[in-house]
Design a protein around this ligand. Structure first.
Ligand code: SF4
Length: 467
């Protein structure tokens, strides 16, 4: 996952803007946060483990002066959750110094790492993102060319913000797995034209800092923004219709974000409506598993004509269990996180969630609802079963831990202890996004990957396999 943000604004407090941009992208990564600024070409970076609000305070922001800033919130997919992997990374190369924040995951990282080692480049972190920074930092070509050359060597998912030579850089892989948008902050009362440039993982970050959406960073495009304005470098030919991650639509992105022009909340409500048509349930109440199941539960309840109830109260001060790094923390997290309302007692419930990966969370919630007196618990999932791992930036689970990789729907129902269980169909999910299937990555749901993938992801040993 991860969130990235960047701003070029000579007359503004760019570190403060980045802080608030990251604050709105906190849902994309909660393990570490960082900001790098460029003041007349001199780079300063501050990064640490923790939430944005834990890493930064007034004093630290005050020390981050400059005209350009980039920021990052991290959730680890390659490399562990440790300080040296926090971003923005700063790479001092033979050609230039680069600060860089990356959302996504490379699939040819180990090959590139070996080549860089052979060229005498020292890499300090275990993150694939450092490889990207090193490619640009050690290329003697002009910056635009160095970025384009690096992009041509990368395979996999990358939505990147970077800072070098007094330039804000943003680039995106040719399949566009992860979102990356451009916006402008205008002076109050001004109309169109000029304004300061902002780049962010999601449109919700533009909204928070008062920037207007301009366009997406195109697939395969690099944009470079300096005192002379923005220039676009079409570095890599976009690959087919693209492969925007469908998990962004039903789980990851914030509901108020627009992906390819489609508001995520509306898409999730449609998923719930379709689920109600495909797998209705004779129930008294519809409950979401908050928060990512909430819009789909609204749609499900509306389409069925059954009352919606909050039902499960969530402690919002606990990080999302899905993205904590190990299984034991997840197990503890769910017990701390939800508590049912008394109104569920004696009721037949439909419980709507966005996905089931391991099944542990769902199992505990179903048991909690029966303990609270529910008469029936019908689980409805607003996506198809997750059957394969993600190589493009979401740490779903090892395939061996994925409950749907070797169990039927009925076996999963028995495992989670629900009265009934149903998933949204593939066609229903795609239709709800209003994007054609040819523009979406659904690899973890279908097993059909849009790139060659490493056979042994854990060790990042890159070998191509037929897809
Ligand atoms: S494999 Fe799944 S989670 Fe990964 S990019 Fe594709 S749809 Fe998204």
């Amino acid at each position: 996952m991860c969130g990235v943000f960047g701003v070029h604004a000579a007359e503004r407090d760019v570190a403060r803007l980045t802080y608030f941009g990251l604050f709105s992208l906190q849902h994309r990564g909660q393990e570490s946060a960082g900001i790098a600024v460029s003041e007349h070409g001199r780079l300063t970076a501050l990064r640490d483990l923790g939430l944005v609000t834990q890493v930064f305070d007034e004093q630290k922001l005050h020390g981050l002066r400059g005209e350009i800033a980039i920021g990052h919130t991290r959730y680890s997919t390659t490399g562990s959750s440790q300080w040296s992997n926090a971003q923005p990374l700063v790479q001092h190369g033979s050609a230039r110094t680069v600060a860089l924040g990356h959302n996504g995951n490379l699939v040819n990282e180990s090959v590139l790492r070996e080549r860089l080692h052979a060229e005498g480049v020292t890499l300090r972190s275990t993150s694939d993102s450092e490889v990207i920074a090193a490619l640009i930092a050690n290329d003697a070509a002009p910056l635009d060319e160095a970025v384009a050359t690096a992009m041509r060597r990368l395979e996999g998912a990358y939505s990147v913000v970077a800072l070098s030579e007094g330039t804000l850089i943003a680039f995106r892989d040719p399949l566009g797995f992860r979102p990356l948008v451009l916006g402008r902050i205008h002076e109050a009362g001004s109309v169109g034209g000029q304004g300061d440039w902002v780049v962010a993982s999601e449109t919700c970050a533009l909204d928070l800092v008062g920037a207007k959406f301009v366009r997406e960073v195109e697939r395969g495009e690099a944009v470079l923004i300096d005192d002379n304005g923005l220039r676009s470098v079409p570095a890599v030919e976009p690959d087919g219709g693209g492969a925007l991650c469908i998990f962004e639509f039903f789980y990851l992105a914030r509901p108020d974000t627009k992906l390819s022009g489609i508001e995520v909340h509306g898409a999730r409500v449609r998923m719930g409506e379709r689920l109600a048509l495909e797998a209705p349930a004779d129930v008294d109440l519809v409950l979401p598993i908050p928060d990512s199941g909430t819009p789909a539960a609204i749609g499900f309840s509306r389409a069925l004509g059954v009352p919606f109830s909050e039902g499960l109260i969530k402690n919002r001060y606990i990080a999302r269990t899905f993205i904590q790094p190990d299984q034991e923390l997840r197990r503890q997290g769910v017990r701390l996180k939800f508590n049912p309302l008394a109104e569920v007692a004696g009721k037949r419930l439909a419980v709507v969630d966005d996905s089931i990966v391991r099944g542990n969370t769902t199992q505990q919630i179903v048991a909690m609802l029966f303990d609270a007196g529910a008469a029936e618990v019908h689980v409805r999932i607003s996506s198809p079963p997750v059957i394969g791992q993600c190589f493009y930036g979401i740490d779903l689970a090892d395939p061996a831990e994925m409950i749907a990789s070797d169990k039927t729907v009925e076996e999963i129902r028995a495992y989670i202890g629900a009265t009934s269980l149903a998933y949204l169909s593939h066609d229903g999910l795609v239709a709800a996004t209003k994007r054609p299937a040819s523009e979406l990555c659904r690899a973890c749901l279908t097993g059909e990957y849009p790139t060659p993938v490493p056979i042994e992801h854990a060790k990042l040993r890159f070998e191509e396999v037929p897809t």
